[in-house]
Design a protein around this ligand. Structure first.
Ligand code: UD1
Length: 425
């Protein structure tokens, strides 16, 4: 098992290039299952989750070529040979559920072992299934699996109880080849939804309204292969913005899209960090900043992203005064609190709220990456803690950050990846 050794590094400074979005590329990869010919995806990040999705698609019948020298993927699926996603892969990644919509649309049947991924809350898939059912599929739930079957999918009107990102994506992918028109309300509005809709529309789909709370889809008979470039990762962007803020550094983020990180910009500015949108990229400068505590509340887009909550909380522990964090998207997304407390942070939690009494010095110790983003939070806390911080379970971090330690090292971060020695008993 590998771990990161992180040392107090002083202010991180320099430039970083933001990679393609993990949460955009995964549904786009799944959507390639909707046509027979080979699609080309550019700006694809090299990540463990992308590898898992490549293997998943191969098992389903796709030919997948990974060319990471050019950050390109070529994916084509002449025939869907397996309508059941393999459990060994599904258990590694929750986003595996995204193959359901396309397999159902193309073959009329899909079987899914119940998904895994980050351990944050129960994370059910009832809304995905509700969408498939509205499109005319019969849903059968067995022990440890769920199946959707339909002779043909039919356009529908549907109101989602919650704007789930994954459910919105899955329902769009199922509806694009359905007969007739679908109108889906209260959908997720994340930039990754817009990127998926842009990809599908290029393929010949007829989707309107992506990025708003209502999406209208006119079903088409067939989709064609296209080339598509993935949007920059807004959570990686936010992570490096906070890396500058927490270390009181100054970082230029190339390839960042400020429009996608508005709530993060707003909150960092509120704390006293200077942010400039320049021709070269986004500059985040916290050198000599007099920082003040603030409150955050996570919400579906365009609200403050839940994926930035743990990372921002690590930053808030370094600011004098009281900050409040309210997590409304996921239950049980405070597992990083215990790890930050082990480093010396003063945090009180009650249900989905945390009160941070900031300004207590952090000390290096052994901590766990309890999920992907919490892992990044531990690394950033390690850069400002006294001494050395050992971050274990880093496979979570490697699921979602491309060349994370190379990028941090280039900014002056002291971080090494070492293989943990297993003691003989
Ligand atoms: C996606 C992102 C993840 C991010 C999350 C919220 C990907 C690959 N992952 O995850 O990084 O943290 O959006 O921004 O894009 N829910 C239900 N029933 C469902 C589906 C969801 O109750 O059928 C609930 C979940 O338990 C959770 C909330 O809705 O409380 C949000 O989940 P959702 O938006 O679906 O997140 P994901 O698509 O899994």
């Amino acid at each position: 098992m590998a771990k990161f050794l992180v040392k107090n590094s002083g202010p991180l400074k320099g430039e970083v290039y933001i990679s393609g979005s993990k949460n955009a590329v995964l549904p786009i990869m799944a959507a390639t299952l909707l046509c027979e010919e080979k699609c080309e995806i550019t700006d694809a990040p090299r990540l463990r989750d992308v590898d898992v999705m490549c293997n998943m698609l191969r098992r389903i019948g796709a030919e997948v070529i990974e060319d990471y020298d050019g950050n390109r993927l070529y994916i084509g699926t002449k025939v869907i040979s397996d309508k059941e996603a393999p459990y060994a892969l599904v258990s590694k990644m929750r986003a595996s559920v995204l193959v359901m919509g396309p397999i159902l649309a193309r073959t009329g049947r899909v079987r899914m072992p119940l998904p895994g991924g980050c351990a944050i809350g129960a994370r059910p898939i009832d809304l995905h299934l509700k969408g498939f059912a509205a499109l005319g599929a019969r849903i059968e739930e067995g022990k440890g699996y769920v199946e959707a079957v339909a002779d043909k999918l039919q356009g529908c009107n549907l109101y989602l109880d919650f704007p789930s990102v994954g459910a919105t994506e899955n329902i769009i992918m199922a509806a694009v080849l359905a007969e007739g028109t679908s109108v889906i309300e209260n959908v997720a509005q994340e930039p990754e939804i817009v990127d998926l809709a842009n990809f599908l529309n290029k393929m010949g789909a007829k989707i309107k309204g992506a990025g708003t709370d209502t999406i209208k889809i006119e079903g088409v008979k067939k989709l064609n292969a296209v080339c598509h470039s993935v949007i920059p990762d807004r959570i990686e962007t936010g992570t490096f913005m906070v890396a500058a803020a927490i270390t009181r550094g100054n970082i230029l983020l190339r390839n960042a899209l400020p429009d996608h990180v508005k709530p993060i910009i707003a909150k960092l500015k509120e704390c006293g960090v200077e942010i400039y949108d320049t021709f070269d990229g986004l500059i985040v400068n916290a050198e000599n900043a007099k920082l003040v505590a603030t409150d955050i509340k996570t919400l579906p887009y365009p609200g403050f992203p839940t994926d930035m909550q743990s990372i921002f909380m690590a930053f808030l522990t370094t600011i004098d005064g009281e900050s409040n964090v309210h997590e409304t998207v996921f239950e049980n997304r405070f597992m990083h609190v215990a790890e930050l407390e082990r480093m010396g942070a003063d945090i009180v939690t009650e249900d989905r709220r945390a009160i941070i009494k900031g300004g207590k010095p952090l000390k290096g110790t052994s901590v766990f990456a309890t999920d992907l983003r919490a892992g990044a939070a531990m690394v950033l806390a390690g850069f400002v803690a006294e001494g050395e911080t050992e971050v274990s379970e880093i496979y979570h971090i490697e699921r979602g950050y491309e060349r994370f330690i190379d990028k941090l090292k280039a900014l002056g971060g002291s971080i090494e990846r070492v293989e943990e020695k297993v003691k003989e008993v």
